[in-house]
Design a protein around this ligand. Structure first.
Ligand code: ATP
Ligand code: MG
Length: 268
């Protein structure tokens, strides 16, 4: 249903051809979309419980977006009500000196999911070819190698039993303006406003280009990217929820075999 948002491996992506306000895959308005998401959320709750009980599969979800793109909101809405025991969120900020002293995947690897777990990455190793590329934080020869390294890393995770889904939340510059303005206007949102975000906004085209290279070079059969139209929050939540539910259903999970003789037990 939402296959149209999957980036086929080795396809050159031009983000101008992807409408951030698209909602063509759903036949309904906002209210209906929200209802549909609520139903999917119930399904996700059960599927996650099954994943945890079976203790076999590992699921990694990567969220990337420009500032205000909706990473936090996605986590809050899509995973609303899901048992926090089996879901771990890792947020990757500017690396610490200790992290910088290691290779860039060092801090990432220890947050990948174990059996029965879902790990959600709020930003990820992709920052090392996004912000790092845009600001030349390391030499070009170094970041250029990283696309292949990342593909190899993700392939290893997949071969070891990790299901990987990567979502790029696609908003446009006008939508970012509105969301930044709201952070200024609403006192409860002031804390989210970082003056530094304006400097990043000023180099929007460079970031879009860096994202295009990521999407073109690192969407693989075992770790696909999805370009999610994210100007409308309800649509973004709906599409991501559906892709997650479809993927988890595809894992064909089973509850573990119960111990024998349970039907004869009488609890005194
Ligand atoms: P919010 O959207 O709520 O503001 P955030 O994810 O932007 O959340 P911040 O603390 O505002 O969180 O920003 C984290 C910053 O860390 C981002 O500017 C990001 O580009 C930066 N960052 C993340 N990983 C790296 C990295 N490997 N190298 C350099 N900077 C990084
Ligand atoms: Mg920020």
């Amino acid at each position: 249903m939402y296959e149209r948002y999957r980036v086929k491996p080795e396809t050159k992506i031009d983000l101008n051809e992807w409408d951030p306000a698209d909602r063509s895959a759903f036949d309904g308005e906002k209210a209906a979309g929200r209802d549909a998401t609520k139903k999917l959320n119930k399904q996700l709750e059960s599927l996650q419980e099954l994943l945890y009980a079976e203790g076999k599969h590992k699921v990694l979800i990567v969220l990337q977006a420009m500032d205000t793109g909706g990473k936090d909101g996605t986590i809050r809405h899509v995973f609303d009500g899901v048992n926090p025991q089996g879901v771990k969120v890792a947020s990757f900020k500017r690396p610490t000196p200790e992290e910088l002293a290691h290779d860039y995947l060092w801090r990432i690897h220890k947050h990948t999911p174990g059996r029965g777990e879902i790990a959600i990455f709020n930003r990820s190793h992709y920052e090392d070819v996004l912000v790092v590329r845009v600001h030349n934080l390391v030499a070009e020869a170094i970041w250029q190698r990283r696309y292949d390294q990342i593909n190899a890393f993700e392939q290893m995770l997949a071969e070891e039993g990790t299901t990987i889904l990567k979502f790029y939340l696609h908003i446009d510059k006008a939508e970012q303006k509105e969301r930044l303005q709201a952070r200024l206007d609403e006192p409860d949102k002031n804390w989210k406003f970082a003056k530094g975000d304006l400097a990043e906004r000023a180099i929007w085209p460079q970031y879009q280009e860096a994202y295009e290279v990521v999407l073109s070079r690192t969407s693989t059969p075992h770790a696909p990217w999805f370009i999610i139209p994210a100007n409308r929050k309800w649509y973004r939540n709906l599409v991501i929820s559906q892709i997650l539910v479809d993927t988890l259903e595809g894992l064909d999970m089973r509850y573990p075999q119960a111990e024998e003789g349970l039907d004869e037990i009488v609890i005194e």
